[in-house]
Design a protein around this ligand. Structure first.
Ligand code: SAM
Length: 249
């Protein structure tokens, strides 16, 4: 069954309307017809099954038959990813979404190489949100929250009190990420930060430590930032998540 994203505002009493790019995909790419069974999912992670009942010029109408509430993930993973050059940030957003990330916090730090003019930042975040929407649609994973970009200082001032807070550092040689499973076998939230191509500065690592973050190693090799971001999400999900995505229809 094909999946389409809708805003929860597009829901009516027993149905929904699909418009915009999702309607274009349904009507002109997939050429679905009235009577076709489809699945819808919204920004809250709720999945709906329904039947196409009407195809207008600019929207489709769906009669909903089932509603599957979001499987309440008992594990919420937040990735704080330093801005990266070119399409590397796109790659991290897409792969982290496929892996079930809950929140992505794009930030810039002392050695961030990517230079995005502030006038373009909002557009870049909108692009990452579109990429995440497409990745969630393809993979069936929940749609992550992607915040606006922020400075490293702002990031440290917004640390969640209840989550285990980790900072990936290739200069950390005593604590490996997996050591945390012995001490914290069951966690409901992890916040993990990955530095830019130039890495974190020593001052940043000390400020993060003072703010309650623990520098951790992902292994002996020096990974590219995008590799570290994607691996950190995969490892944390593997170590702590038991998230069950709603069964793909
Ligand atoms: N300063 C590094 C160097 O000497 O080339 C480059 C930093 S690395 C390309 C970018 C980011 O990936 C780092 O800030 C860190 O967050 C993460 N990273 C890379 N390898 C890592 C490792 N083995 N363990 C933990 N984090 C790692």
């Amino acid at each position: 069954m094909r999946r389409f994203f809708i805003s929860s505002h597009a829901l009516t009493t027993d149905g929904a309307q699909i418009s915009g790019p999702e309607f274009h995909h349904l009507r002109h790419v997939l050429r679905l017809d009235i009577g076709t069974r489809i699945a819808l999912y919204d920004e809250r992670g709720t999945t709906y099954h329904g039947t196409l009942t009407h195809l207008a010029k600019d929207h489709a109408e769906v009669r909903l038959t089932d509603t599957l509430p979001p499987s309440a993930p008992t594990f919420r993973l937040t990735l704080a990813q330093s801005l990266l050059k070119g399409s590397k940030m796109d790659l991290v957003v897409e792969k982290a979404t496929e892996l079930g990330i809950h929140t992505i916090l794009p930030f810039f730090s002392d050695f961030t190489v990517a230079r995005i003019p502030s006038a373009k930042l909002a557009e870049r975040v909108a692009r990452w949100r579109r990429l995440a929407q497409a990745a969630a649609k393809q993979s069936g994973s929940p749609l992550p929250k992607i915040t606006s970009t922020m400075s490293f200082e702002t990031l440290l001032h917004s640390l969640p009190s209840h989550a285990v807070k980790l900072l990936c550092s290739e200069r950390e040689h005593s604590i490996h990420l997996k050591a945390f499973v012995q001490d914290f076998p069951n966690l409901d939230a992890v916040w993990i930060a990955v530095g830019p191509e130039g890495g974190f500065s020593s001052q940043e690592i000390e400020r993060a430590r003072a703010a309650g973050c623990t520098p951790v190693s992902l292994g002996p090799s020096i990974l590219r930032s995008e590799t570290a971001g994607i691996s950190a999400v995969a490892l944390c999900q593997f170590l702590w998540s038991d998230i069950q995505f709603p069964p793909l229809p």
